[in-house]
Design a protein around this ligand. Sequence first.
Ligand SMILES: [Zn+2]
Length: 285
Amino acid sequence: MLLESALAYARHGIPVLPVHTPAADGSCSCGRPDCARPGKHPRLRHGLTEASTDPRRIELWWERWPDANVGLRTGIVMDVADVDSPGGWHGLRQLLGGAVPPGPQVRTGGGGWHFWFAPLGHGNRVHLLPGLDWRGTGGYVIAPPSRHAHGTSYYWVVRPGDPPAAPALLRNLIAGPDAPSVTAGPVSPAVIVHPDRYAAVALEAETARVAHAPVGARNDTLNRAAFALGRLVGSGLLDAATVTRELTAAARWAGLGRTETIRTIRSGLSAGERQPLDPGRRNVA
Ligand SMILES: [Zn+2]
């Protein structure tokens, strides 16, 4: 079963690697009593770099370890949004406007979800949102029908097929604070089909970006977010009090001081408000 699945993934071009297996009591086949990642780390000495699509190598691995969990290298056929809690699932749905695009979907044995997307070319990202990581170039995920240390197996909710493109707001979050913001800079008015939803998702994405900004980029990230959201305030799609409240909470979460936070939000917001997204053009085309 595990070997057949591993061979099937490899036939679809996904490099496979044998991973350790959790026992019924949650311990790991590596034998270390203090193993931090039972059933989740590679059995091969060189780990991920040895992942392969060669059926002969794969058969030899599972001949040696018939119950090895199946690891799949990400960044080649697919990237994976790795959701490890209900909070992460709600955050991802909210970011994407209420629904995750239909595509391959896994329930992990630990109560989480894996959503497959077309590769973006970025590496792994940790804590994109609370409970949401991204597995990209140089990463891997555990795949069905592997066993989880909690005693259940990974299984397919939606079978593997062509992974969908990651939505723009998710791509933007993954690209990080240096990427052009979806709301700052020129925006094609024609893309704003549902202005209220667009504004709500922009608010969510910008505050998440601020909350998770790296230390050296926090104030700049806050300034850009305030400017971007200020443009939506200027066009009447968001109100200034809500934006100020949400950005302040995110900035405090990121560790920015109160005085700096207030000043940056105020100046970014008013600069953005002077350049509103033109609401009259948003239904064009
Ligand atoms: Zn282990």
